[in-house]
Design a binder for this molecule. Structure first.
Ligand code: ARG
Length: 236
C-alpha cells in the first residue's frame, strides 16, 4: 500500500490574555488552561484544525487580530456594539454579567456610595468604558490595570477601594484569594449596551471562519461537550 498523501491541515491561531481565571490562565506548570482554552481546542477538534495560542495584553487583542497576528480571539470578550464595528463575533458561548468587589468591612455598601473612591478595572475592558461613562462624573477615580489580578492585588493593598469585573472572574478571585474578607458590592449588572449579550469569539470582519466556529459551537452545545467543559471549571 502506498503512503497516504500528506494532508494540509488548517491552523487556527487564537489570541488571548491569560490572567483571567477560570476562562484563561497559566496553571502551576505554566500551561495555558481554562474554560475558553478547552472550548477553543474542542472547536479546533470539530473543525479538524490545529490550534495555537498567543498570550498578550487584553487591549492589544483586537488590533492584533486585525493585523492578522492571529485568526481569532477567545478572551472572555463581551460581544458589544462598539467592538462589532471592528470585528465579527461568533454566537454567544457564555452568559456574562458585571460585579463590583470590595472589602466587607468598609462603610460603602452599594455602587452609589463609591463617590470619592478609586475603582480598579482591566485596561481595554468594557468595565473601563462603563465606569468612565457612568461613574467618573460622580467623582469616582478609575484606575486601569493591565491585568485584573493586579487590580485585585492593589485592592488588598488598599490602593483601590473596589474592583469592577466579570462576575465569574470576581467569584473565582473571592474563592481563591478573598479569604472571606471581600464580597460583592451591590447587585450584579447586566447592560447590553456596555456588556453585550455574552462572550463571543472574535474574528476578522467577513471571515468565513465565523461560520465554521458557529457550526462547531452548535455541535458542542448539542452533544454535551460544552456542558462538560463548563462543569470542569464551574463545579457546583
Ligand atoms: N469581559 C470583559 C470585556 O470583554 C473583560 C474581558 C477580559 N478578558 C481577559 N482575558 N483578560 O471587556
Amino acid at each position: 500500500m502506498g503512503s497516504l498523501p500528506i494532508q494540509a491541515t488548517e491552523t487556527i491561531r487564537f489570541g488571548t490574555e491569560a490572567t483571567y481565571p477560570p476562562f484563561e490562565f497559566l496553571d502551576e506548570n505554566n500551561e495555558l488552561t481554562g474554560f475558553d482554552i478547552d472550548l477553543a481546542k474542542a472547536i479546533c477538534a470539530e473543525i479538524k484544525a490545529e490550534c495555537t495560542f498567543s498570550n498578550q495584553p487584553f487591549d492589544s487583542l483586537i488590533p492584533s487580530l486585525r493585523y492578522r497576528r492571529f485568526d481569532a480571539v477567545i478572551a472572555g470578550m463581551d460581544i458589544t456594539p462598539d467592538r462589532q464595528e471592528q470585528v465579527d463575533f461568533s454566537m454567544p458561548y457564555f452568559e456574562n454579567s458585571a460585579s463590583f468587589v470590595a472589602a466587607k468591612n468598609q462603610p460603602f455598601k452599594s455602587a452609589a456610595d463609591l463617590k470619592g473612591k478609586a475603582v480598579g478595572v482591566q485596561n481595554g475592558s468594557t468595565f473601563q468604558t462603563y465606569m468612565i461613562d457612568k461613574f467618573e462624573k460622580h467623582g469616582v477615580t478609575i484606575r486601569p490595570y493591565e491585568t485584573i489580578q493586579n487590580a485585585f492585588l492593589d485592592m488588598t493593598n488598599g490602593r483601590v477601594d473596589a474592583v469592577f469585573s466579570d462576575t465569574a472572574v470576581a467569584n473565582d478571585w473571592l474563592l481563591e484569594r478573598g479569604k472571606g474578607e471581600y464580597g460583592h458590592l451591590g447587585e450584579t449588572i447586566r447592560d447590553a449596551e456596555y456588556f453585550g449579550v455574552g462572550y463571543g469569539i472574535a474574528v476578522r470582519q467577513k471571515d468565513a471562519l465565523k461560520d465554521k466556529i458557529d457550526t462547531a459551537l452548535s455541535t458542542l452545545k448539542a452533544n454535551g461537550t460544552w456542558q462538560t467543559i463548563h462543569d470542569k471549571y464551574f463545579p457546583e
